[in-house]
Design a protein around this ligand. Structure first.
Ligand code: HEM
Length: 542
């Protein structure tokens, strides 16, 4: 499948997209039926021999063994949690199989969990899919809290995502945005409707691979396209699978089902394929051989892999292993591509849906940048409406609506409730961003709220606005993501008059979302672009 979910027709190893559907068929509801065998016996045992009842928050009543799994649909989990919280309160307790899950749905409760008790809740609970994907937690997102994770975060903070490092990629970044604009112009000239999410997804992906590998994967020539599609197709499947609920993750004694259904083998095949592609990049880098690196005419800059190859291990002996490097690269591609591209797509959809915002943003760009030069990163600090608009997009359409769940690392008491080590925590970012206590007319799309309160930042000091999470585990890619989203919106709005095809009324534009780990639009955006700058500005660039 491509990023749209269309079949690409290829398969990997012995599995195909059809197998993927089979795996899902087996992995969710129907496997639960199998899981019900033995329910009564185990339930009676737990009732007879269970220990003292802990003081737990209220939550929906679940079934024995499976808990509340049957009440959660993978594609609307953040909304289901929000509705449940209206009934059970801002700290709500559920069971997914044998695992306890607590959901925090307000800024105040998020503050309690990840500020007051930050260290206690800084663990991660991973799935079987994630473990296979990351050689058992050797990435950043899934690594347990401890020296290895702290070491990787230190490398992020001191080497990879410093302003100096981000600045050093300014030129290749601009090149990638130019490529996207050119490719939209090609569509315009052929009279085509622009399928925006595809363009943005290639852009986000290339932007990351340029930084990590000094390589554009979605190139312009066909062979490069195939390589990129292969790579992206595997990544897409991995992302989808790692976010699918698998019964064995919650009911440990049903783990064997993942083996008999072929799910585990399928994950391993995908992992093997992606590892061999990434290892090939690493070997070429290590050998110093030309790996078709992008020559952009500027000085040779250190990419992420160059940096990672020189880093010591957490205890200072030797260098980071190839496995660690592959896992970090994979982590960032998975965490940073769809989140970033979905945000720009939501932004453009909001501009079409609310034309007064589009007018304001265009006016700001015309006044500050003008029409005889292309907007660049150095213009961004002079564009307050753009910044406020982006924040409003993150508020109503948070790209990771439930963040990544945290794990309680030791038994603890919070607001009188008793949680045991191993409890999973979800911050319902989606619900927090719509809380009427903090946001006036919360469902209204209104960037002005951030003009009136420009200090509300996303860095983690305002618990009612946390699109990148908060606390120790907060997203390390925040500065890069913000830069990407602002530049993406600015380039599209400055460069084109945007409208919907077939005379579609923008006020009827569907703004519903689909839940994934990231939150894509339910209906991918298709638009008509009409150039609004002098022609040479679309082509006079690299
Ligand atoms: C609009 C874009 C993005 C959004 C909204 C976003 C949001 C998030 C959120 C909510 C988390 C979970 C935080 C928590 O556990 O409390 C996270 C974690 C993470 N993000 Fe992002 N992210 C974005 C882009 C990126 C980019 C561009 C990268 C890197 C290239 C990245 C890398 C990561 C990593 C490695 C983690 C795991 C951190 C850890 O466990 O220590 N993200 N992100």
């Amino acid at each position: 499948m491509d990023v749209q979910g269309n079949k690409l027709g290829s398969s990997f190893g012995r599995f195909s997209v059809a197998d993927l559907n089979t795996v899902e068929w087996w992995s969710v509801e129907r496997l639960l039926v199998v899981g019900l065998v033995g329910i009564v016996t185990l339930f009676m045992f737990s009732q007879l021999f269970g220990g003292r009842k802990r003081n737990l928050p209220l939550g929906p009543r679940g079934l024995p063994i499976i808990g509340n799994i049957h009440q959660l649909r993978n594609d609307t989990m953040h909304i289901t949690f929000m509705q449940m919280a209206e009934k059970y309160g801002p700290i709500m307790y559920l069971k997914l199989g044998s695992r306890g899950v607590v959901v925090a749905s307000t800024a105040e409760t998020a503050h309690e969990f990840v500020k007051v008790q930050d260290l206690v809740w800084a663990g991660r609970q991973t799935s079987m899919a994630h473990d296979i994907l990351t050689n058992y937690k050797m990435d950043i997102a899934g690594a347990p809290y401890g020296p290895y994770w702290r070491h990787l975060r230190k490398i992020c903070a001191q080497e990879l995502f410093t302003s100096k490092s981000l600045e050093s990629f300014r030129f290749p970044r601009a090149q990638e945005f130019n490529q996207m604009v050119k490719s939209i112009m090609d569509d315009v000239q052929e009279g085509k409707i622009v399928q925006l999410n595809l363009k943005l997804n290639h852009l986000a992906f290339n932007n990351l691979t340029r930084m990590m590998l000094n390589k554009r994967l979605f190139g312009l020539d066909v062979s490069a396209q195939e390589e990129a599609l292969n790579f992206k197709e595997i990544l897409f499947k991995l992302l989808k699978l790692s976010s699918t609920i698998v019964v064995g993750d919650f009911i440990p004694w049903l783990k064997w089902l993942s083996i008999v259904t072929g799910y585990r083998r399928y994950m391993k095949t995908l992992k093997r394929d992606i590892d061999s592609m990434l290892q090939e990049f690493l070997e070429l880098k290590k050998s110093g051989k030309n790996m078709q690196e992008e020559n952009d005419g500027g000085p040779r800059r250190q990419d992420f892999v160059d940096v990672l190859l020189t880093q010591p291990t957490e205890n200072g002996t030797g260098h980071l292993s190839d496995t660690s490097i592959r896992c970090v690269i994979l982590d960032m591609l998975l965490a940073g591509t769809d989140t970033s591209s979905n945000s720009v797509e939501w932004g453009i959809a909001a501009l079409l849906r609310y034309p007064h915002c589009l007018k304001k943003l265009q006016a700001e760009l015309d006044e500050v940048v003008g029409k005889d030069k292309t907007v660049t990163e150095s213009d961004i600090p002079k564009l307050p409406y753009l910044n406020a608009f982006m924040k409003e997009v993150f508020r109503l359409y948070p790209p990771a609506p439930l963040g990544i769940s945290h794990e309680c690392m030791q038994d603890t008491t919070l607001q009188g409730y008793e949680f045991v080590a191993g409890t999973r925590l979800y911050l319902n970012i989606y619900a927090i961003h719509r809380d009427p206590k903090w946001w006036e007319n919360p469902l209204e799309f209104d960037p002005e709220r951030f003009i009136k309160n420009p200090d509300i930042s996303m860095k983690g000091n305002y618990f009612h606005f946390i699109p990148f999470g908060v606390g120790r585990r907060q997203c390390p890619g925040i500065s890069l993501a913000v830069l990407f989203v602002q530049l993406g919106l600015a380039r599209l709005v400055q460069g084109f008059e945007l409208s919907l095809p077939d005379g579609q009324d923008p006020t009827t534009l569907d703004m519903t979302a689909k839940y994934g780990v990231t939150m894509p639009r339910k209906t991918p955006l298709k638009i008509i672009c009409k150039p609004r700058l002098p022609k040479h500005l679309y082509y006079d660039t690299n």
